[in-house]
Design a protein around this ligand. Sequence first.
Ligand code: BV8
Ligand code: ZN
Length: 239
Amino acid sequence: MHEEIKKACKIISDTKKLTVLTGAGISAESGIPTFRGPGGLWQKYNVAELATPEAFKKDPKLVWEFYNWRRELISKAKCNPAHKALAKLEEKIPKFCLITQNIDGLHRKAGNRNIIELHGNIWWVRCTRCSFLKEDRRVPLPFPPLCPNCQNLLRPHVVWFGEPLDLDILNLAIREAETAETFLIIGTSATVQPAASLIWLAKEKGAFLIEINPEPSEATPIVDIYLKGKAGEILPKLI
Ligand code: BV8
Ligand code: ZN
């Protein structure tokens, strides 16, 4: 493992363009449950059922209770050494881009700036009818949250299962994956599409793939270096 970390260090410090893809695992050490791990969100809630437009249509109060529970949790979460290490990395590497599947906003809080939030951000709400969109950090958000423009219901500005990603955002992420010289995959099971497909795309275009995860993921078989361990422990060593 020590050899692998040294090799990964060299690759990252020499790389001309580093693209990073993070998932729920990078926020696990901030106390935010992942989706699949032990004690993960899927166990407590059936996220696949709740994080959907159908669930919101059927029972918006329940879905807003689920998001208020996560907003409460995330509002108390601190950036962990992994988030901080990525912020330092952005300062060191001229061509750096951070693509995240997470909606917790912790990468921005840690100091990263060139961030692509593939699945939106839990701190933003938007109208279900008009174009109203704004950041709202009230915890909890009182129900029913109504649009100040048209009085219709507000929803979390996140991508639910079965919903398409914002095309401009996805295309930006595709370009960053295609042009990456080194692609660093951290804390994702690589099971959610189309986010996970960025990994295969980067590989296809010749990127060198490095993965940090305590468990193998769907991507592990195709990465060049797999660093088995927690992001909060390994990333600071890489920096
Ligand atoms: C779409 C926002 C179509 C909401 C999220 C069957 C096959 C393939 C695809 C599908 C299928 N059935 C349905 C689909 C499509 C579906 C999908 O991929 N489903 C999965 C479950 C199979 N995808 C969609 O629905 C997408 N939309 O396809 O639209 C379309 C197109 C055009 C027109 C109409 C429709 C939308 C997907 C986005 C869903 N929204 N989030 C919210 O969060 O409330 S995704 C949500 O789950 C998270 O954002 C996150 O991205 C994802 C969870 O994945 P991970 O981040 O990887 O987290 P996970 O828990 O899985 O893994 C954690 C990892 O961390 C583990 O590997 C663990 O080992 C590791 N770890 C743990 N501790 C640490 C650690 N690593 C490092 N350090 C540690 N300390
Ligand atoms: Zn409105």
